[in-house]
Write a protein that binds this ligand. Structure first.
Ligand code: ATP
Ligand code: MG
Length: 566
């Protein structure tokens, strides 16, 4: 290999994250006959959020990049909180992000196998039915520096445990009266080895298995074994499972009848500023109507982000940028917004929308005249072409693009000053009309006919450019302006206050009577645009024919710091 080839190899190595390095090492060493298999294992107890997207990108990404497969496995071992609504939404969101699973599995598919394995452990003297209360069991757990106490049921005869385990599943045993525990080591330095509970009784029907089961396996007793049954090679999860890993391995050692072992590797959770990410908290927001639903555009859920106009490309690019490490931290939401802007800048059609309109009359422009102005659809992408936009004597402009008594550095419309109307003429402001309260009702200006594109004065420079919509060629729209859902960076981490008290009261501002160009009349839910000078917007799902609703996906520039500090 030449020196340059060597350095290219070095360069590639450096850009691999630690998980990719592990996978490449395993491939080099011929582990699992070169087979790579991962899984994404959501519990169907809520909608997916941007944190899950991080897990999805690595689970599916590893399989994609190394010729492996990734299965979708629903970790449905707790019927209390699970529902098919969540199963459906999870599948939709994964597809939207751009990934494809090989197979769909359910942990509940393995209930019989897990049951049989539990029976085997009882027979081998490695599990027992405990009849103590949850509180009693917790009290006996000990502390990290102090050994726990043996349950009085720990050494009960195998036959007794077997009979009671059957009863736990037959419906004869009420919830909370008995559990099955693995008999490992009450003095272990790893608390998870202190006779962990592996089965409990739940009488609520399961969304897939109905009333077949009353005894349900705990996460630790289901996850590793499911990986094993499926042939997973790399079981990727977040850092809080580091301490579970020895138990994961222990169960598989008891189960395995070959050399094959799935291995668990842990990476840092994604946390974002100004939001909460736990499903329990997100569910609270939904149930208490603090947001409009799981897909409220302010939610950190993938369905919320989709509705708001975020693109899968932007989300994947953001996750790529923050990377995978072995230490936890919190990521700035501005980074995500930056990725969204970057993607939309390259793709979104530029249009004109006036959020807070005031009428501008060009007093020297003929009343009946209408011209077609050429608007470039996207200056970042020539192939998107251009379109004609109607221009006439009466235009809508933003109220704050006019000021009667303007400070020196105000480069928009003020009596006597000139601005360019985007894609059209230079105009000079001549004054305004006000109502009795002093509110501006109309602004007046004269246009310079020589300043349109292609005419002699087209390139004359003026300091400001403002956008406009021709009054007879505009349609009304509702515009929803979103801001961060919470007022503080880490709402879940506040000691003094409940996270719900920290909701930003201005996180949604609804503007009615906005004016957009007629071109947008045919826009459909999810279509994305740049409203020139304002931001990126998309059409909301609430939009109907004749009643357009737009969401502000993200402003053109990051203005949060300015607002927050001033
Ligand atoms: P919650 O604790 O909010 O209920 P969870 O972690 O239990 O979330 P699961 O449905 O069990 O949610 O998660 C499925 C997969 O997604 C797991 O592998 C989990 O590690 C991963 N995951 C969940 N949240 C995050 C996050 N914030 N960042 C990265 N990965 C995550
Ligand atoms: Mg979980």
């Amino acid at each position: 290999m030449s020196a340059t080839e060597n350095s290219i190899v070095e360069e590639n190595k450096k850009s691999l994250n630690f998980i990719e390095q592990i996978v490449e090492n395993d491939l080099r060493e011929g582990k699992n006959d070169g087979r790579i298999q991962t899984r994404f294992p959501p519990e169907p107890n809520g909608y997916l959020h941007i944190g899950h997207a991080k897990a999805i990108c690595i689970d599916f990404g590893i399989a994609q990049n190394y010729d492996g497969i990734c299965n979708l496995r629903f970790d449905d071992t707790n019927p209390v909180k699970e529902d098919v609504e969540y199963v459906d939404s999870i599948m939709e969101d994964i597809k939207w992000l751009g990934f494809h699973w090989e197979n769909v599995y359910y942990a509940s598919d393995y209930f019989q196998q897990l049951w049989d394995f539990a029976v085997k452990l009882i027979k081998e003297g490695k599990a027992y039915v405990d009849e103590q209360s949850a509180e009693e069991i917790a009290r006996q757990k000990g502390t990290p520096t102090e050994a726990g106490t043996h349950s009085p049921f720990r050494d009960r005869p195998t036959a007794e445990s077997l009979a009671l385990f059957e009863k736990m599943n037959s419906g004869e045993v009420p919830e909370g009266k008995m559990v099955l525990r693995a008999k490992i080591d009450m003095a272990s330095s790893n608390m998870h080895f202190r006779d962990p509970i592996i089965y409990r009784v739940i009488h609520i029907p399961h969304h897939r298995t109905g009333n077949t089961w009353k005894a349900y396996p705990m996460y630790d007793f289901a996850h590793g074994q499911s990986d094993y049954f499926e042939g997973v090679t790399h079981s990727l999860c977040t850092l809080e499972f580091v301490v579970h890993r020895p138990l994961y391995d222990w169960f598989i050692d008891q189960l395995a009848d070959s050399d094959y072992r799935p291995h668990q590797y842990e990476f840092n959770r994604l946390s974002l500023t100004y939001t909460v990410m736990s499903k329990r908290k997100l569910l609270q927001l939904v149930q208490e109507n603090l947001v409009s639903g799981w897909d409220d555009p302010r939610m950190p859920t993938l369905s919320g982000m989709r509705r708001r106009g975020y693109t899968p490309e932007a989300i994947r690019s953001f996750i790529d940028k923050i990377g995978y490490t072995k230490y936890d931290g919190i990521n700035d939401v501005s980074l995500l917004e930056h990725a969204v802007r970057e993607d939309l800048n390259a793709t979104a059609t530029r249009v004109s929308g006036v959020i807070d309109p005031v009428k501008l009359v060009l007093t020297n422009y003929p009343a009946e005249k209408v011209e077609d102005m050429e608007a470039i659809n996207n200056p970042e992408n020539e192939s998107q072409g251009s379109r004609p936009v109607k221009f006439s004597r009466e235009l809508w402009i933003e109220r704050d693009d006019f000021m009667e008594d303007a400070p020196k550095k105000y480069f928009r419309l003020t009596p006597g000053s000139e601005v360019r109307l985007k894609n059209a003429y230079i105009i000079r402001c001549t004054g305004c009309k006000k109502d009795e309260q002093g509110n501006v009702e109309e602004v007046y200006a004269e246009y310079d006919p020589q300043t349109k594109s292609g005419l002699p004065e087209a390139n004359r420079k003026v300091k400001g450019t403002i956008h406009w919509v021709s009054v007879p060629h505009s349609v009304d729209a509702e515009v929803r302006l979103y801001d961060r859902l919470f007022m503080v960076e880490d709402p879940a981490g506040e000691k003094e206050k409940d996270f719900r008290e920290l909701i930003n009261p201005d996180s949604l501002i609804v503007k009615k009577g906005c004016k957009v160009e007629a071109f947008l009349e045919d826009a459909r839910p999810l279509d994305r645009f740049q409203f020139q000078r304002i931001g990126y917007f998309n059409v909301d799902a609430d939009s109907t024919e004749g009643n357009l609703v737009f969401n502000r996906t993200v402003a053109l520039k990051d203005s949060w710091k300015k607002q927050g500090n001033s």
